[in-house]
Design a protein around this ligand. Structure first.
Ligand code: ADP
Length: 563
């Protein structure tokens, strides 16, 4: 009944453990992993990282354009302030326009259109391209503005604009390739609104290409990199008609552009109409970064999952071990109480019988006395085992080592068991070598080890009742062998039997009272003497325990020892 109860309890505890692990740890961990996994999938599917970077890129491009516009407008406004009045004579007009060109090399041409016609000045026309450019621009604007009607309409439109400036571009050509000719057209500050007077300055395309754009883009890239760190960006400017054909040479690109397409583009539509800004990361693409990020996150998640599973298994292992130990302890308590009760009951029974004086024959009386003595010895042995064990557990076990005739010690110990051994029908073989050297041991402890080993041989033997004890010298040690032809011990149990409370699952073991402490004490005692205990056993055939004590090696703790 008791066994059944404890089994039931064990099963219940196990169920509770699994339930607790499942509910408290496994479920939240699995949910967390699942949610993270799904989030990552969504992240991957919706390209969240890519979208965020794109938004950021768009913002950078908008800011860059705004800054470029501001600078272009400032330069043009400065020149506009210096423009000649339409009422000055043509020499003065030319002089003033020349001064503008001399002071600001960023402009290639400057011109003024008024009622008298067009005054058009350029930087020195040093090559064919410049000459052609000059002629072309002169022709374009002359045709456009001096026919009266269109000029008037354009002036009206300029008046409506906040800064009275309008940028107009045409593609051109310079010695080093295609040129971007950007002309700012404006009305002059102190001229009556109804007059058709238009000023204009054309940015030098070489200046834009080699100074203005690289500087503006470079500043922006550097600022972003220092502010936000991370992957450095690269920017590019190319003519808008090149859209989709990025192999053509761009107008300008910052360092580290390398090859590859811009991630985000923006057509500029104010001061630099006709040009497109592009942006990307140096040396990598947003797609690759997104892929890497997702891959890294997946790997991390897998590692976390493995760690969680590992942790759970470890927890389960530790908890199961603790539970097994708790079960062993509770078995131990019930076993020990049984073991105490049996000899006590016998002692009481025989003592009472003797007390009543009903036993008349001397032999009977002697027999009863012997039983009382034997049972009290058993009781003492058991209590000593428990006391020793508790001392060891509490780290208070002390040994008293003395030079001892080990042969005598073993023989005397066996002697007090001889009757019990033989009366149980055991064939008993005792072989103690003569001339064994004296050994330094704790007598009581060694006797207890012998008693435990012998007791086990008696307890765990079924039909073939044999007990052999040998004591002999083997090189540098003295060996004590205790052999039986009993039930034997399975290989997997052979190391465990030395653990406290451990008892094998054999039915005979279950039906035999025991505390599971004997062998753990034997091992402790042996190790305290610097020796070792080994077992060699075949299930069904029997067991051999060999306890070796070193001869010259000093015991681990010589006089007294505390563990
Ligand atoms: P106890 O005998 O009180 O159970 P021990 O620590 O002395 O505790 O032994 C632990 C276990 O080792 C025993 O329960 C038994 O299963 C096994 N055992 C010990 N000695 C023998 C032996 N001679 N033959 C078979 N099994 C043994």
């Amino acid at each position: 009944m008791k066994l059944k109860g404890s089994k039931l309890l064990g099963g219940f505890n196990r169920f509770r453990l699994i339930l607790t692990l499942g509910l408290a740890v496994l479920l939240p961990a699995a949910a967390l992993i699942y949610v993270n996994f799904m989030q990552l999938r969504t992240f991957q599917r919706d390209k969240v990282l890519e979208a965020t970077i794109n938004r950021d890129f768009q913002e950078v491009l908008a800011i860059t354009e705004k800054k470029m516009n501001k600078k272009a407008y400032a330069k043009v406004s400065e020149a506009r302030e210096m423009f000649p009045s339409p009422d000055e004579d043509s020499d003065d007009k030319e002089k003033k326009l020349d001064r503008i060109l001399a002071e600001c090399s960023c402009f290639a041409h400057a011109f003024l259109v008024d009622e008298e016609g067009m005054t058009f000045r350029s930087q020195p026309l040093t090559d064919e391209y410049l000459k052609k450019e000059h002629a072309r621009l002169y022709e374009t604007f002359n045709e456009w503005f001096t026919n009266g009607k269109e000029g008037k309409m354009f002036v009206e439109q300029l008046q409506k604009k906040s800064q009275h400036i309008y940028f107009y571009f045409i593609p051109g050509k310079r010695a080093d390739g295609p040129a971007y000719l950007d002309t700012a057209l404006f009305v002059l500050p102190d001229v009556a609104r109804e007059r058709v007077v238009i000023g204009g300055v054309t940015f030098d395309p070489c200046y834009l290409k080699s100074n203005f754009f690289p500087e503006m883009l470079g500043d922006q890239v550097n600022q972003r990199t220092t502010e936000q760190g991370g992957n450095p960006m690269a920017m590019i400017i190319y003519p808008s008609e090149m859209d989709g054909d990025h192999d053509t040479k761009p107008l300008t690109a910052t360092a580290g552009w390398g090859d590859g397409k811009p991630e985000v583009m923006k057509k500029m539509d104010d001061a630099f109409r006709g040009l497109t800004l592009g942006i990307k990361f140096q040396g990598t693409s947003v797609e690759a970064m997104g892929r890497n990020f997702v891959r890294r996150s997946f790997i991390l998640l897998c590692i976390l999952t493995l760690l969680t599973i590992g942790g759970l298994l470890l927890t389960k292992h530790v908890v199961s071990k603790e539970m097994a130990l708790a079960r062993l302890k509770s078995d131990f308590v019930s076993n020990v109480s049984h073991e105490l009760r049996t000899p006590l009951a016998l002692i009481r029974l025989y003592a009472e019988t003797l007390e009543l004086g009903r036993i008349t024959t001397r032999e009977k009386k002697q027999q009863y006395y012997r039983i009382v003595r034997k049972e009290s010895e058993r009781l003492t042995a058991l209590i000593n085992n428990i006391l020793d064990f508790s001392r060891i557990e509490a780290g208070r076990k002390e040994y008293e080592f003395r030079e001892t005739d080990i042969g005598d010690l073993v023989h005397n110990t066996l002697d007090s068991y001889r009757y019990q051994i033989e009366s149980q029908g055991f064939a008993f073989e005792e072989k103690i070598d003569d001339n064994l050297p004296p050994v330094v041991v704790d007598r009581e402890a060694i006797a207890r080890a012998v008693v435990n080993l012998v007791n086990n041989a008696l307890k765990y033997s079924a039909d073939d009742k044999f007990l052999g004890v040998k004591l002999y010298r083997d090189n540098g040690s003295v060996k004590l062998e205790v052999v039986d032809h009993g039930i034997g011990i399975a290989r997997r149990d052979q190391t465990k039997i030395f653990e406290k409370f451990y008892r094998t699952g054999d039915p005979l073991v279950h039906n035999t009272k025991g505390s599971g402490l004997g062998l753990s004490l034997v091992r402790h005692i042996t190790e305290a003497h610097g020796g070792e205990i080994e077992v060699d056993s075949t299930p069904g055939k029997g067991s051999k325990f060999v306890l070796s004590l070193p001869l010259n090696g000093s015991p681990q703790h010589r006089i007294t020892q505390t563990t």
